[in-house]
Write a protein that binds this ligand. Structure first.
Ligand code: ADP
Ligand code: GN1
Ligand code: MG
Length: 343
């Protein structure tokens, strides 16, 4: 794939000669490359991504959302970096070559992403940035966004898909996963947690895991919210929930060290404070009351999704080995059980 990148880059409105490219092996969905261009003495960095069209069936709609939100934020003098795609010479934000769709972003310099949180300052800063992002978008018409993945955070439907996978999945995997399957059956009652709640429809990010925030390498500040493919109308409870899921455990979702998968209360408090401060008082009383339920539902949903993918033979998430989705599901069950004991 790397050898094709120079030709693809030539079609975007950027200056310079191709110098280098390297895959960025973070994220489960898209194929991401850091590319370097040389212009005289200067080098400039970009992020070139092949959009996963198995998952995002309408890439033009994805890019339409991202560009509209980006321009809206810039107009409102949003205080952090805005991830805006670079246009092709055909003045499109996405380039179709054969069956693949490509997009290009500036590489945000001197930044780093983490797969787990090490300090309460990081938890506060990242949660503040996600809260602030939602707050700045409070007057953007959420219904004008394309729904890039229908039913993305429909936990009931995720449960139904899990049930179907237990019946029709790969036989030997079902046996191996039986204990985890039974646990998820047991936690079915969680589906009722926010049933019937009158929650405001907001522009939500829907994938607020810790590696979707760029931190400044020097100051540690949260510089930029990234991975905007799932910007959609929704409830913020899942945004908060995915922060609980990914900011609070000492180890990330791939860890098989299950005894060390638990909610660190200090991280939970820091992220909750950061999120509320970032939202600048715009959380409704009901949203505030249901935040922790959002955490439970999001972790439960993620366990269902990983286990469903395991049972179906790893059709969705990138995996490094055959057992990885099962490990991830077990990891999420441990985290869920820990959250159920702290609240
Ligand atoms: P995925 O949907 O596969 O998770 P992401 O858009 O999150 O893809 O990108 C994967 C990783 O690439 C991010 O976690 C981050 O480390 C890095 N990355 C993405 N965009 C940028 C950018 N504009 N500048 C710097 N790093 C980036
Ligand atoms: C995927 O794209 P990435 O790696 O940030 C997934 C999320 C999951 C997450 C689990 C579009 O996020 O929903 O929570 O993996 N994104 C999509 O790590 O399905
Ligand atoms: Mg990502």
């Amino acid at each position: 794939m790397l050898e094709k990148l120079p030709t693809i880059l030539n079609k975007f409105q950027i200056k310079g000669q191709f110098f280098a490219a390297a895959p960025i092996e973070i994220g489960h969905i898209n194929a991401t490359y850091q590319v370097t261009l040389q212009n005289g003495q200067n080098k400039s960095l970009y992020v070139l991504q092949k959009i996963n069209t198995e998952i995002f069936k309408k890439p033009l709609e994805v890019m339409h959302n991202i560009a509209n939100i980006g321009h809206f934020l810039i107009k409102k003098s949003y205080p952090r970096k805005v991830l805006l795609p670079i246009e092709s010479f055909e003045e499109e934000y996405v380039l179709k070559i054969a069956d693949n769709y490509w997009r290009l972003y500036p590489f945000i310099q001197n930044t780093i992403t983490y797969n787990q949180v090490d300090t309460i300052e990081q938890a506060y800063a990242a949660a503040f940035a996600f809260g602030e992002y939602t707050n700045y978008l409070h007057d953007f018409d959420a219904t004008s966004l394309h729904v890039t993945i229908p039913n993305f955070h429909n936990t009931n439907l995720r449960y139904q898909q899990f049930l179907a996978a237990t019946k029709h999945g790969v036989g030997e995997r079902t046996k191996k996963a039986q204990e985890t399957i039974d646990k998820l059956f047991h936690y079915q009652y969680l589906l009722k947690l926010i049933e019937g709640a009158k929650l405001p429809l907001r522009v939500t990010h829907n994938d607020t895991k810790i590696n979707n925030i760029l931190f400044d390498k020097t100051s540690g500040a949260a510089v930029c919210v990234i991975d905007l493919d799932t910007l959609m109308p929704g409830t913020l409870l899942y945004d908060y929930g995915d922060m609980v899921r990914t900011f609070t455990p000492p180890l990330d979702e791939n860890s098989a060290d299950f005894e060390n998968i638990y909610i660190r209360k200090e991280m939970l408090h820091a992220l909750t404070a950061g999120y509320k401060d970032g939202m600048k008082g715009r959380l409704t009383a009901l949203e505030a009351e249901l935040l922790l339920d959002g955490g439970k539902l999001t972790i439960f949903e993620q366990a269902l999704r990983f286990l469903t993918d395991y049972l179906l033979g790893d059709v969705y998430y990138k995996v490094a080995n055959q057992e990885q989705n099962l490990t991830r599901a077990k990891n999420q069950v441990c985290l869920l059980e820990s959250l159920l004991t702290v609240s």
